[in-house]
Write a protein that binds this ligand. Structure first.
Ligand SMILES: [Zn+2]
Ligand SMILES: [Zn+2]
Length: 165
């Protein structure tokens, strides 16, 4: 566990069945206080459409007031104007990030939770100043779910050392 002692707000837009599991694991690993808020973004309820990840950033920034970091979680698939899809997006300067569960789903619930936790800890790592890592570390870039499964759910020692600086 990393003793960050920070306050993290998780923002959801619709029902997320594994939300409590994600919250508990992120809380336990990062050692921060996590609160959950449901916000409205009508289109985010539509699981099968694709939304521009960047469109969520102003809303997440507006909710950051009492928190160190904000993590949005959507069930919709996300893209960026220059990428067909993204699993997540971080805006380190504003301390907000977002992940999509759309491509992480699995019939194995433990695997689904693991994937979501990895992507959440990855994007939060960017907010903590970490960049992509080539080790089998949670900061390894994943563009496909197989790559998410390959990496560990933790920061490697090299990344941890950077965090301590
Ligand atoms: Zn990344
Ligand atoms: Zn690393």
């Amino acid at each position: 566990m990393i003793n960050l002692q920070c306050k993290l707000l998780i923002v959801t837009f619709d029902e997320i069945d594994i939300l409590q599991e994600i919250k508990t694991r992120v809380e336990d690993y990062l050692g921060c206080v996590v609160e959950i808020k449901t916000s409205s973004y009508p289109k985010a309820r539509m699981r099968f459409i694709q939304l521009n990840a960047a469109d969520f950033l102003p809303l997440l920034i507006s909710l950051r007031t009492d928190y160190d970091f904000v993590l949005g979680i959507v069930t919709a698939d996300l893209y960026l104007p220059y990428l067909n899809f993204v699993l997540g997006l971080a805006h380190p300067q504003e301390s907000v990030c977002i992940i999509s569960l759309s491509r992480l789903r699995s019939s194995d619930e433990e695997q689904y939770i693991d994937r979501a936790v990895k992507e959440a800890i990855h994007e939060l790592g960017h907010l903590l100043g970490l960049e992509h890592c080539n080790d089998r570390c949670v900061m390894r870039f994943s563009n496909m779910v197989a790559e998410t499964d390959y990496k560990e759910d933790k920061y490697c020692n090299k990344c941890l050392n950077l965090l301590e600086k």
